[in-house]
Design a protein around this ligand. Structure first.
Ligand SMILES: CC(C)(COP(=O)(O)OP(=O)(O)OC[C@H]1O[C@@H](n2cnc3c(N)ncnc32)[C@H](O)[C@@H]1OP(=O)(O)O)[C@@H](O)C(=O)NCCC(=O)NCCS
Length: 164
């Protein structure tokens, strides 16, 4: 996140944030309610998808956020991260997923629309709402396969990402 450009950091956090605030944001992640998915290229972290559960009852509601390092944007990584993060939400019985972005963040809006997000303009920002389906065998297997690939890469070395 510290490697994001000033504009991308502003887009990610919906405002200007100094290095210290970014560090304390990362250090303060609540791992009991947050899942973070990393996109590693040649062993280097280039993109991050976050799924944070904000309420659990009556059914879990979560927020998602994405960030991809500038040199690796427009290669499909953001779309791939969102697909996997939504699948993780689905497997955790999340009923609604929210995404917030600035009005001029057309890229994020375009990605969200690929997954049938309902986008609403609110207070100078855009709120996207997505409704993951009920989990099934295929969605559980997809997450297990992603975990398996990550484990394999960690043991035998990095592989190139494939575009889906
Ligand atoms: C938003 C972000 C995650 C997208 O990641 P990415 O890896 O570039 O996304 P993808 O490559 O999967 O998709 C980008 C799409 O936007 C399109 N796009 C690029 N520039 C665009 C623009 N100016 N206007 C509209 N669409 C644009 C691309 O053509 C692509 O669509 P396609 O797949 O149909 O060709 C990345 O730009 C980022 O990290 N931004 C800073 C942080 C942020 O804004 N996070 C969102 C708020 S949580």
């Amino acid at each position: 996140m510290l490697r994001l450009t000033a504009q991308d950091r502003c887009n990610r956090f919906m405002g200007t944030l100094g290095d210290e605030r970014v560090r304390s944001y990362c250090a303060g992640l609540d791992w009991s309610s947050t899942v973070v998915l990393g996109a590693f290229i040649d062993g280097e972290l280039r993109g991050v998808g976050e799924l944070a559960t904000v309420t659990r009852f009556p059914r879990p509601v979560a927020e998602i956020a994405l960030s991809v390092e500038a040199a690796w944007q427009n290669l499909g990584i953001g779309t791939l991260l969102l697909r996997h993060v939504l699948n993780m939400a689905r497997n955790r019985y999340v009923s609604r997923v929210y995404m917030m972005c600035l009005i001029d963040n057309r890229k994020m809006q375009k990605i969200a629309r690929k997954f049938d997000a309902n986008l609403i303009i609110e207070d100078g920002g855009v709120e996207g709402c997505l409704w993951p389906s009920w989990p099934n065998y295929a969605s559980l297997m997809e997450e297990a396969a992603t975990d398996g690939r990550a484990f394999f890469n960690a043991i035998v070395g990095p592989q190139q990402p494939t575009r889906h």
